[in-house]
Ligand binder design. Structure first.
Ligand code: SF4
Length: 325
């Protein structure tokens, strides 16, 4: 039974950078800001900003979170449902692509909004499920026969500890394995509090899958957040997206993978970018992606080599890019 109340976690003032500060560094974005923000919110945490070089218009971290004029221009290949989430949704806030896994979206909110996000255009109406919707989603997951429930979003750590723990408890003991897919340890590392870690540790097995794309995202406060999770015995894996201008370079991916392994984080997936409308500037061709991946494979150990996958729009789930003809 779910006992939490749907809604966002309260964030102390100062954790999110205001528009005037960002525009003071990047006045060139003033013209597109309102329209881009209305289509998909612009939000940057102080921690993430501290890792960005705002004086460089091609900074790989700034590119991920600051709007650009290209977002507002339709592009060939744009898709409304790029990975088939909508067609594979048996009820609101649930995605089911595989018999052994169920995805439950706890919120649409995120600590930062990544401009390339494949869910940038998916409408759920409200930002958070109603209590009734969330109860229904969790009841579905609990009785689904699945071995794993994946809490996602938005970002599942944009809800309170109480809400997250209650959601986990609501599907147990029927579902043994919980996965929390979150960018919070990277975007807002202070969210990984001792209380959160203790609550997840108590509910083992809980796997935390983080999301980082560039080695410069791994700042000292991120290292501490990741170490808090790993030291508690919580398995931590990483997902990256192959992004033009950010990490479409074997050297960057090598540095990222090796830095993750040093931090005891397994580089799990390298996702081929999904073609959501507004993210065309980040797309990489399959041919170029395979070249980059082949070179990465020559450079790193098996421990540091993520699986390069694509999530096709038919909703059939991830497949290795190498199997595409
Ligand atoms: S944190 Fe994840 S869900 Fe949120 S905008 Fe970034 S990629 Fe999308």
């Amino acid at each position: 039974m779910y006992h939490g109340k749907a809604g966002p976690v309260a964030e102390p003032a100062g954790r999110v950078v205001g528009r005037p500060e960002l525009l003071a560094h990047r006045p060139d974005l003033a013209e597109v800001w309102d329209e881009a923000d209305a289509a998909f919110p612009v939000r940057v945490t102080r921690s993430f900003l501290d890792r960005m070089n705002l004086d460089d218009p091609n900074d790989p971290l700034a590119l991920q979170v600051l709007p650009s004029p290209s977002e507002l221009v339709p592009a060939p290949g744009d898709l409304d449902d790029p990975v088939g989430d909508l067609r594979m949704s048996p009820l609101p806030w649930v995605v089911r692509k595989h018999p052994d896994r169920v995805l439950v979206l706890l919120t649409k909110r995120c600590q930062i909004y990544c401009r390339y996000c494949f869910r940038r255009n998916i409408e759920h109406g409200e930002q958070d499920p109603s209590d009734a919707e969330l109860r229904a989603a969790l009841a579905y997951a609990k009785t689904s026969g699945a071995h794993e429930v994946i809490f996602s979003g938005g970002d599942p750590l944009a809800v309170t500890d109480e809400q997250l723990f209650s959601a986990i408890d609501a599907v147990r003991p029927e579902v043994p394995v919980i996965r929390v897919h979150t960018r919070a340890p990277i975007a807002l590392p202070s969210r990984v509090t001792p209380a959160l870690v203790a609550g997840l540790q108590k509910r083992a097995p809980v796997w935390v899958i983080v999301h980082t794309n560039h080695p410069r995202e791994l700042a000292p406060d991120v290292d501490e957040a990741l170490a808090r999770l790993v030291d508690a015995g919580i398995p931590v894996l990483n997902q990256s997206v192959l992004l033009a201008g950010v990490n479409d370079d074997p050297s960057v991916l090598q540095a990222l993978s090796e830095a993750l392994v040093e931090r005891r984080v397994f580089p799990y997936y390298l996702h081929h970018p999904d073609a959501a409308s507004g993210n065309a500037a980040f797309r990489v061709t399959f041919e170029r992606g395979l070249e980059i991946y082949a070179e990465l494979g020559r450079r790193v150990s098996g421990l540091a080599l993520p699986a390069y996958v694509v999530d096709p729009p038919d909703g059939s789930g991830k497949i290795p890019v190498s199997t595409l003809s």
